[in-house]
Design a protein around this ligand. Structure first.
Ligand SMILES: N[C@@H](CCC(=O)N[C@@H](CS)C(=O)NCC(=O)O)C(=O)O
Length: 282
């Protein structure tokens, strides 16, 4: 049956072989699928992640904190291969019942604290160290608003647009049009804001920028979803382009963006970056 003819049945049933690239990892139930402990390193923070945009957010913040001199932010970053189902191991699920990277264990206090959702990690760390989040009520509110805007909009970019334009085994015009429009609208929101202010929350670089940059930056730089940069004419968003470049030039961002990628599957110390072929700046 073609998509145009599809009529949903009265009761939906799961088709495990739907032809999509994520068919083997996606399923409609939650919970651990195997017994698997997570490795532990020596640092106060243990990050279990992958160098996708949602993972990059957190490793960028750690690198920024360390760059700014907060030595208490030392972390071990362990690779979670979502293609082979690491996110369904019992140890990972104990940290993140939602089985998605990133997950974080904060062992800096008397009791270990688990965190899931990248936005929660950014906020937790920014508040803990008193950095990259404005201290005044108005500035903090603006920062949280842009942070939540990013968290709320990422699924439209990735799960909506990226899925239907790039990954879906069939190209559905309706779905692509729906999400292409939404991604362009989101770029327009950011562009309008960045015409007025240097960074999303104002004149200071904050966790809101760290959340949004891996998404808007990867698309702007042509690093996500095939020919999307041209398809959506992303060069038109000049203020976003200016902001993407300014943030990309930061040494901590150069380091954070490669953590838990093929270039650096694990990160345990600053020295790990010296071993990378095209070392990060700084
Ligand atoms: N809202 C979550 C989204 C995390 C997310 O979607 N992670 C993806 C990779 S970017 C994942 O782990 N997918 C694996 C799966 O769906 O099984 C966050 O920001 O932490």
């Amino acid at each position: 049956m073609s998509d145009a003819e599809y009529t949903p049945p009265a009761v939906w049933t799961w088709d495990p072989s739907n032809g999509g690239p994520f068919a083997s990892i996606n399923r409609p139930t939650a919970g651990a699928q195997s017994e698997r402990e997570l490795p532990l390193g020596e640092h106060p923070f243990q990050l279990y992640s992958l160098g996708t945009p949602n993972g990059q957010k957190v490793s960028i913040l750690f690198e920024e904190l360390l760059e700014a001199g907060y030595s208490g932010a030392e972390y071990d970053a362990w690779l979670i291969n979502i293609g082979t189902g690491d996110q369904f191991g019992s140890g990972f699920v104990a940290l993140n019942p939602n089985s998605k990277i990133p997950a974080l264990l904060d062992r800096s206090g008397p009791q270990p604290i688990r965190l899931f959702e990248s936005g929660a990690m950014l906020l937790h760390l920014a508040e803990k160290f008193g950095a990259f989040i404005p201290a005044d009520a108005a500035g903090r509110a603006e920062c949280l608003s842009w942070l939540m805007w990013q968290m709320g909009s990422a699924p439209f970019i990735g799960g909506g647009y990226g899925h239907f334009y790039h990954y879906a085994p069939v190209k559905i015009e309706y779905a692509i049009n729906r999400y292409a429009m939404e991604v362009k609208r989101l770029f327009s929101v950011a562009d309008n804001r960045l015409k007025e202010t240097r960074f999303l929350a104002g004149e200071d670089y904050t966790i809101a920028d760290m959340a949004a940059w891996p998404w808007l930056g990867n698309l702007t730089n042509g690093l996500a979803y095939g020919t999307t940069r041209e398809f959506l004419q992303l060069h038109e968003y000049e203020a976003v382009g200016r902001w993407v470049e300014e943030i990309m030039a930061r040494p901590a961002v150069q380091r954070g963006r490669i953590v838990n990628t093929a270039k650096m599957p694990e990160r345990h110390s600053r020295a790990d970056f010296d071993k990378v072929e095209e070392p990060a700046a700084g």
